[in-house]
Design a protein around this ligand. Structure first.
Ligand code: SAM
Length: 337
């Protein structure tokens, strides 16, 4: 299908959908406190999870029919899925309006020392790596895994494999790791990595989220600016992070201010969960099944129609700060962050 045949996916507020997040597994080898319970989360059965062929089929509709430009693989932890480079190669071969799809992945990096080169060769372009603490004890507390050294080594492996850029995601929680904001910024400056500070969102499986635990963008930026002066970069467009540059030229940071400065008006993202449910917002309370129709024999036209109809229901915005906010029944690990 040539570029001229793309039909944009437009929601009822005129937002054009160009970014697809695909969760390829609900399983994870970490148990981050802000995301998963220590034990007891029920895994999907293998047959409930989309196969590589099913993922590719849906991704092809988004990219080749609807002109989606970027796909990000996530989870759970995407690298725990066996034969991941096979999937990456299938998706990297898809072509959208700008040519090959911009294929990225979010990972905890714990296996990247041995996986990075194979993923890069298969066509993965970019990685975002979660790192919430540089203190071994606190890292262990937050992830419930004593694996800081492996993650730091995984970050080096990602750089060596040629991923460009490698970005770091750090969720900041009040009284947990807010004392490390400057340390994380220093690490990014020294390692030439963009650190993206993420406001803590109500998507934790244990459910203790409270507004008091959110460290907002203004506070994060002021804390860093007091040590390393910053200047805000021009508007972010559809990207989730507001970006700032160090005045001394030592790089940039991002802040994802989902709670204190929602950016829903510019949102161009939709999501597929590992079991093939289509979600038009991270905080949506409803999902649209695509895997059921695939397995019942739906053709691409039917799947494309279901996708377009669901996009028509995308909310104007999440309601985190409003009295009628209802938490999604799923945690971030089950949705795909
Ligand atoms: N396992 C991978 C990882 O660690 O990056 C990918 C999945 S993880 C769910 C994706 C992102 O969601 C991570 O950067 C993680 O920090 C973030 N995340 C999870 N729960 C969150 C929450 N309650 N608030 C904000 N970000 C969260």
């Amino acid at each position: 299908m040539g570029p001229s045949t793309h039909t944009p996916l437009v929601d009822s507020f005129g937002r054009v959908i160009e970014d697809l997040r695909i969760s390829i597994t609900d399983r994870c080898n970490f148990r981050c406190t802000y995301c998963m319970p220590e034990e007891g989360l029920e895994w999907l059965d293998r047959h409930e999870v989309m196969s590589f062929e099913e993922i590719e089929r849906l991704a092809r509709i988004f990219v080749e029919r609807y002109g989606v430009r970027g796909i990000r693989l996530t989870g759970g932890e995407p690298t725990v899925r066996a034969h991941l480079p096979v999937l990456v190669a299938k998706l990297a071969a898809l072509s959208g309006p700008d040519g090959p799809v911009d294929l990225a992945m979010t990972t905890n990096a714990s296996t990247l020392r041995h996986a990075a080169v194979g993923l890069r060769k298969a066509g993965l372009r970019r990685v975002n790596i979660s790192l919430d603490s540089l203190d071994r004890r606190k890292f262990h507390e937050m992830t419930r895994r004593d694996e800081l050294d492996r993650v730091l080594d995984g970050i080096q492996a990602a750089k060596e494999a040629g991923f460009e850029p490698v970005k770091i995601n750090a969720v900041i929680e009040r009284s947990v790791n807010d004392d490390e904001i400057v340390d994380l910024a220093t690490y990014g400056r020294e390692q030439d990595l963009e650190v993206r500070f993420i406001e803590f969102m109500p998507l934790d499986a244990d459910g203790p989220w409270d507004n008091e635990q959110v460290v907002g963008q203004d506070e994060i930026v002021a804390t860093i600016d007091a040590v390393y002066p910053l200047e805000q970069l021009p508007a972010r467009g559809a990207a989730p992070a507001d970006r700032f540059r160090y005045l001394d030229g030592a790089g940039t940071i991002g802040v994802i201010p989902t709670v204190t400065k929602p950016f829903c008006g510019d949102c161009d993202r939709v999501r597929l969960t590992a079991e093939g449910k289509f979600r038009t917002c991270l905080f949506a309370t409803d999902e649209h099944d695509l895997l059921g129709p695939i397995r019942r024999g739906a053709d691409d036209d039917e799947l494309a129609e279901r996708i377009a109809a669901a996009v028509g229901t995308k909310w104007a915005g999440h309601r985190i700060n409003q009295v009628n906010f209802i938490r999604p029944a799923k945690s971030m690990s089950q949705i795909g962050g």
